[in-house]
Design a protein around this ligand. Structure first.
Ligand SMILES: [Mg+2]
Length: 271
């Protein structure tokens, strides 16, 4: 039986210093990403070992909102040259097969975005209209697919988030607030859709999905077993969850460890 383990990366399997939480010692950490020579993301050694030694019946599928270039910096989730056959980047707009984007997939997503008017140059004037406040530090484009705003969380008005979410949903964009980043994602770009494509390609019979944010919820809903990190945006937002989605008992980098322990034990049960 082939099991697909489709997992978000940031704040699910890998953590920055700022997001790893307490209750982890320096000796437990391994570095998994560097930016300009400086360590950026970590796992615990236990997590890394569990991920590297998953049963051969399990196909690990990274599913991230990172762009391809940002994803490729995360070298520590694979043992040497052991990159998996597939990876989902740019939140599902791009599927990599053996390191290369599947052209037809992205062309199809582009067409959907164009036909629904959810393209960046339609969005930017709306952002300018609604966001003039001093807590907007920067507005960045991710490979021409979506936009994220860097916000000053101290001054960000959390009470207005529902209003923003509603306003942008009406024009076809989903919002997700993760740390200092507020994402604006076209509704056609989903992790769940891209995961289904890979699931069919590899004929997986069972899917375990893991995540922490609102952008992961659709992915978890489509899985047979969903593992949701307790510290994340999705739990905080209190949206109703289906019965097959479980919230971790632990928070921070230790939730990552708990997720991988669960994946290992489920794979043994399905042997
Ligand atoms: Mg995440």
């Amino acid at each position: 039986m082939t099991i697909l383990f489709a997992s978000d990366l940031d704040q699910t399997l890998i953590y920055s210093r700022r997001t790893m939480g307490t209750g982890v010692s320096e000796e437990e950490l391994v570095e998994v990403e560097r930016i300009e020579g400086k360590p950026q993301s970590y796992m615990t050694e236990k997590s890394q070992s569990a991920l590297w030694n998953l049963d051969s019946s399990i196909c690990f599928l990274p599913v991230t909102t990172r762009t391809q270039a940002q994803y490729e910096r995360v070298t520590g989730i694979f043992e040497r040259d052991g990159r998996p056959r597939f990876a989902i980047v740019s939140n599902g707009a791009v599927i990599l097969e053996n390191g290369l984007p599947i052209r037809e997939w992205s062309d199809n997503i582009r067409q959907q975005c164009v036909s629904r008017n959810t393209i960046i140059h339609e969005l930017l004037p709306e952002i300018e209209r609604h966001f003039t406040e001093e807590w907007v530090l920067d507005v960045r484009e991710a490979d021409d697919w979506f936009v994220y705003m860097i916000v000053d969380r101290e001054r960000f008005p959390e009470e207005k988030l529902d209003f923003y979410t509603q306003t942008f949903r009406e024009i076809g964009w989903s919002l997700s607030l993760q740390g200092r980043k507020l994402y604006f994602m076209p509704e056609s770009i989903t992790k769940a859709g891209a995961m289904e494509y890979v699931k069919n390609r590899i004929n997986a019979e069972y899917v375990i999905a893991a995540g922490d944010s609102l952008l992961d919820l659709g992915l978890l809903e489509k899985a047979d077993l969903g593992l949701l990190a307790a510290h994340g945006e999705a739990v905080r937002s209190k949206v109703p969850l289906s019965g097959h989605i479980r919230i971790t008992g632990k928070k921070g980098i230790k939730a990552g460890e708990e997720i991988l322990e669960k994946v290992s034990s489920v794979s043994l049960q399905h042997r």
